[in-house]
Design a binder for this molecule. Structure first.
Ligand code: GLC
Length: 438
């Protein structure tokens, strides 16, 4: 019999495995220096150096309804906001520290407004919560692997009490899971070295979280990180191994399965440029067609795509991101049936693109135009009919054409009249053919 944690995660993640596409939002004080959310650590800034950003933070253009309507337009089914990143700044009205948005000039509970706005659009909601906290005095400073003061002997850990930190951290999470209604996802970040699992008192934490939010799904970073997955990939995952794996900035070559070959729910998180947090100078945007191809690739391997936006200091999502997301949304509007509720296909990856599948519906995602017929390898006799997904028009299955007669084990598609000539494709980015299987 399967381990109970595996059975439970299968049930809990049912909606998640259908949703396939989500929005990640990295926003906090680090938007102001505009050099990414690690700026304090990378530049070894002290608490005092970093204080100017707290003093300045106004969030005057923050309108989460606009974010939510963009996410909706883009076809995203869930969204995850950084309630607290490694710098320790809290976007909600926590009672456990003054290092929070309500004590800045913004004076608002940004988490609550985010949750309200996204729920109103029918989008599922999640919160990112950093297990690291570079602001808290009891979090290890000197010789920690990442702390901004890790090289400075003046920041020795002698008077620091890690158990006090753990109480504080658990208390903050308790606030989030008790005061903000139903949360769909809790996205913890991250474990490293000895700072993993038991060090976070993860069993106690997860019991507490689940006692208030039995259906919440959590990522695997109470044990893992972008570097390693923890016990979620084993046949005996711990109680806090998480419900899904979260590879970062890469799509796993063959999806993610456990030791015994069972599908493990997973989600690739991906930046739209090269930074999670806002960076005005970073204009390395991934074009919409690349994002669409990556989304299709994730789905074709049974995974999700969590695509990031990094709002600016005022709270606006950069125009370049808006434009890309709108383009993705346009494509999805016509082709959504090939993404939501779809997953790995029974057929191997074709040369010209990808397959996704939902029961008897096979979706051929044609990325590369072919000068001749589009080959469906070893699918002889398996097809009923083929239609262009976007408009329902017939796609011919020209089995009996003279030039295909020697390839009896395969089937072929013609999008154009004549002998193949499938150039150009109706949709330059990804032409989706819906194939009904016998
Ligand atoms: C990380 C980073 C971080 C980012 C996250 C997103 O491990 O520490 O800055 O928020 O991954 O996946």
């Amino acid at each position: 019999m399967a381990n109970k944690n595996i059975e439970q995660r299968r049930a809990r993640t049912e909606w998640f495995r259908k949703a396939r596409f989500g929005m990640f939002i990295h926003w906090g004080l680090y938007a102001i220096p505009s050099r990414g959310e690690w700026v304090r650590s990378v530049e070894k800034m002290s608490r005092e150096d970093y204080q100017q950003f707290f003093d300045e933070f106004k969030a005057e253009e923050y309108n989460p309804k606009e974010w939510a309507s963009l996410a909706k337009k883009a076809g995203m089914k869930y969204a995850i906001l950084t309630a607290k990143h490694h710098d320790g700044f809290c976007l909600w009205d926590t009672k456990l520290t003054d290092y929070k948005s309500t004590k800045t000039q913004a004076g608002r509970d940004l988490v609550r407004e985010f949750l309200d706005a996204f729920r109103a659009e029918g989008i599922r909601v999640g919160l990112y919560f950093s297990l690291l906290d570079w602001h808290h005095e009891d979090f290890p400073h000197y010789e920690d692997r990442h702390h901004p003061m890790c090289d400075d002997k003046n920041y020795s850990n002698e008077k620091r009490d890690f158990s006090r930190y753990i109480n504080f951290m658990h208390g903050q999470i308790r606030e989030l899971v008790t005061n903000y209604g139903k949360l769909d996802i809790m996205w913890f970040d991250f474990s490293y070295g000895k700072m993993a699992g038991d060090a976070w008192k993860a069993q106690e934490l997860i019991d507490m979280v689940r006692s208030f939010q039995p259906d919440i799904i959590i990522d695997n970073r109470l044990e893992g990180s972008g570097e390693q997955s923890g016990t979620i990939l084993t046949d005996n995952p711990s109680d806090f191994a998480g419900d899904f794996a979260c590879p970062e900035q890469m799509v796993p070559p063959e999806g993610i399965v456990s030791e015994s070959g069972d599908n493990v729910p997973w989600e690739t998180c991906l930046t739209l440029n090269c930074n999670w947090g806002y960076n005005a100078a970073d204009q390395h945007w991934k074009p919409a067609d690349m994002v669409i191809h990556m989304l299709v690739e994730c789905v074709s391997k049974n995974g999700n795509l969590l695509l990031n936006v990094g709002p600016d200091p005022k709270g606006r999502i950069p125009q370049a991101s808006v434009k890309i997301l709108e383009e993705v949304g346009c494509w999805l509007e016509k082709n959504s049936q090939s993404i939501y509720s779809c997953g790995l296909s029974d057929f191997p990856k074709p040369e010209w693109g990808r397959f996704t599948q939902n029961g008897k519906k096979l979706y051929a995602h044609i990325f590369q135009p072919q000068s001749g017929a589009i080959c469906l390898m070893n699918m002889d006799g398996k097809l009923n009919k083929a239609r262009l997904l976007s408009d329902g028009s017939e796609v011919r299955i020209p089995k009996k054409e003279w030039n295909l007669s020697e390839y009896k084990e395969h089937e072929f598609l013609y999008l154009k009249p004549g002998h193949g000539n499938n150039y150009p494709l109706p949709d330059r980015i990804d032409t989706v053919v819906e194939i009904s299987l016998k």
